[in-house]
Design a protein around this ligand. Structure first.
Ligand SMILES: Nc1ncnc2c1ncn2[C@@H]1O[C@H](COP(=O)(O)OP(=O)(O)OP(=O)(O)O)[C@@H](O)[C@H]1O
Ligand SMILES: [Mg+2]
Length: 356
């Protein structure tokens, strides 16, 4: 079963709720975790460039820096998230994905740089931006003592859904999460997958124009993951902008119109997944098992001398852009197992790090 069966209920085909409503406060905005606020990031005007549609990007970051003590978690980040796209932030643990997300909601404040969300400067006008955003945190913060229905109801209040629309918004959330048959179950009695579904639809009760999903499918089984992918695809079909962080290569490749590969608090490369793969890994990668006693370094040197990149995974050596292996090298190398290039190849090539 798929969450995608409820297309007409997801997005903007029905009237969205007023934009002047205030954003939810405490429940989605835990106290600033990193102490007193640093200097406030300045206001940035909405920009016309960088969007697929030519309209202003839904999110724009310019030279954003976030430090924790002497450690720089986000290091001069520039990012444009075009309106109406699913944008994937892909990077390993500690890359700065969640820190970036938290700055977009003013849960965390940049030390310097400019952030604009839905045309509003953040943090200065973050309330206005948050009223039109749905935020799904990496770490589950459902209210354990409340039922499924109550968890959704609380958010219709926090997001100022007009009274007349609240019941319908809750019912819609229950349907999207496939929890319509257990609205009275307490959150602490839900399975992991149910919790995650509830957490996500809770961020959609006010029909946001922009949804931030921080690691939406981490730790979920493949079926629930696919259901959530269906939901994200539907949001895009409805014109909702989605910024999603993930360290799952497949998730980014399948869902994201554009991905930014993040490492060490910076974007190392950005683009349409297929373009990034073509540019940095090539369409075909060949994998060569390293037999016992094989001198991997020597093979790597020979491949490098032919101008090709390699990566090692356990006892396998992969040669990128395998369609360009010259005949002279073929003779000594033989023929490996061909597979399609992927974003992990791109990532490893650019950073030397693995994503997962
Ligand atoms: N409040 C904090 N105080 C100190 N260091 C922090 C704080 N929050 C994050 N960091 C550090 O900043 C870096 C980036 O963390 P962040 O949570 O943004 O990474 P991430 O890309 O979301 O990783 P993951 O995939 O593990 O969720 C990490 O080294 C982390 O330890
Ligand atoms: Mg994170």
């Amino acid at each position: 079963m798929s969450l995608s069966g409820h297309r007409s209920h997801v997005g903007s085909s029905e009237p969205s709720y007023p934009d002047d409503s205030a954003a939810p406060s405490d429940r989605t905005r835990p106290a600033e975790p990193d102490g007193p606020d640093g200097p406030v990031a300045g206001a940035a005007p909405a920009r016309g460039a960088g969007s697929h549609s030519g309209s202003a990007p839904a999110i724009a970051l310019r030279d954003v820096v976030k430090r924790f003590g002497s450690f720089t978690a986000v290091d001069g980040l520039d990012l444009d998230v075009p309106s109406g796209t699913v944008f994937g932030l892909l990077g390993p643990n500690g890359a700065g994905k969640s820190t970036t997300m938290k700055m977009l909601t003013a849960q965390s404040r940049a030390d310097s740089g400019e952030i604009t969300v839905l045309g509003h400067a953040v943090p200065r006008a973050s309330k206005r931006a948050r009223a039109r955003m749905g935020v799904v945190p990496q770490h589950d913060n459902l209210d354990e003592e409340l039922t499924v229905r109550e968890n959704l109801e609380v958010f219709t209040h926090l997001y100022r859904v007009p009274r007349a629309h609240r019941a319908e918004a809750v019912d819609r959330g229950l349907r999207l999460a496939h929890l319509e048959d257990r609205p009275h179950l307490r959150a602490d009695k839900l399975s992991g997958g149910m919790r995650r579904r509830l957490l996500i639809v809770r961020g959609l009760v006010h029909r946001p124009h922009l949804v931030l999903l921080d690691e939406p499918t981490v730790g979920l089984d493949p079926q629930v993951r696919q259901e959530l992918w269906g939901l994200i695809t539907d949001l895009r079909a409805e014109g909702v902008t989605v910024l999603m962080s993930t360290h799952y290569i497949e998730e980014a490749e399948r869902l994201a119109d554009v991905v930014a590969l993040m490492a060490g608090g910076r974007v190392v490369s950005e683009g349409v997944p297929a373009d990034l793969i073509a540019r940095h890994a090539g369409s075909t990668v060949e994998e060569f098992p390293l037999e016992a006693g094989a001198r991997a370094d020597e093979i790597e040197e020979r491949v490098a001398a032919a101008g090709l990149a390699t990566r090692r995974t356990g006892a396998t050596l992969s040669v990128l852009r395998a369609d360009r292996i010259p005949e002279s090298l073929r003779e000594s190398l033989g023929r490996g197992n061909a597979r399609a290039g992927n974003l992990e190849d791109v990532f490893v090539t650019l950073t030397g790090e693995r994503v997962e």
